[in-house]
Design a protein around this ligand. Sequence first.
Ligand code: LCS
Length: 393
Amino acid sequence: MVKQKRFETEVIHNGYDSMLHEGSLVPPLFQTSTFTFPTAEEGEKRFAGETEGYIYSRLGNPTVRVLEERIAALEKGEMALAFGSGMAAVSATLFYLTKTGDHILCSEGIYGCTFGLLQLMENKHQISHDLINFSNEETVRSAIQDNTTCIYIETPINPTMKLVDLEMIVQIAKEKGIPVVVDNTFCSPYLQQPLTLGCDYVIHSATKYIGGHGDVIAGLVVGRKEELSEMMMTTLKDIGGIISPFDAWLLIRGLKTLPVRLDRHCENATKIANQLKKHPKVKMMYFPGDPDFPQYELAKRQMKHPGGMISFEIDGTKEEAQQFLNHCQLIKIAVSLGDSETLIQHPATMTHAVVPEEERIKMGITNQLIRLSVGLEAWEDIWEDLKQALDQL
Ligand code: LCS
């Protein structure tokens, strides 16, 4: 068995041998929908699973395979599957783990479209869910029902940055035999590896830090071979939310610089947070690297660095929050995150607009809350832009 190298080496080399591909340094882009068989008998054998080999790109593609092997190694999982979006990965996993009559236990605070998906599953397929605060062990235990077949967690939670103690949840879940799914989008495997703590599935919107350049929409799921092989032949193959080979190729390129980029994202975010915190127009700030952050100790234990995302409440109305965004010049008003460009958005009217107001406020998403994805520009330039926009309020 080949010994795994360090993370910074694996992001560049894992899962690819140039000598098997004419010496091409970079994994080739197999931009093909189908694969030819030398004979009809060989075609029969491939469909029967008796010989190895590609059939059709919805069932597997060599460029996509490099990405899947690499991300599986980085998350310390046995196998990974790539999808055409983060939501395709979320929905394929949740539909794989549930059937009509089952129940999903979720963190109170979840990406808006995941919330929408849970509503759809409840309304159309009678798969119920509860959104609960995972900070208290007793609350978690008492929320588990006989029909709970999945615990679904974001940490840090989009956009409130609240953390969930994964070790604590895994302990309860193991006692009850319930699989734990973690959406690791905000961290990427560089900052947090939930499978090493005993979680069962990791999901990524690879659109964010893994791609890192704002030019791909994609998703990933990592877990054990037995379950992921089943997912591959059901909720991936037959629902069909596959990634395109070109997008997989872009993600392989993006991954190579993931640790270098994230180091800078985290460094910039820490410097920006230190400034934001002191500004009189900033009422509350949520950043896991801030020593006053309520879960600072958990962040230090669970995450390698605090991440590149900051949320804060301005002292003002919803209209003033929107004006503040309009005053930003260098910083772009846009959803998504993890790009080179610093992005700012208003969760109540953008990423989480689909969440009913009462539920949204319970999650901590007020009309004053702003979410900042700190980019790779000089931090002084980012801060100067934020400051001039805040000063105008
Ligand atoms: N999970 C999390 C935590 C996310 O933030 C997103 C997208 C998804 C899953 C879905 O991934 P996608 O299908 O977009 O690749 N989050 C977005 C956000 O906060 N702003 O724009 C999209």
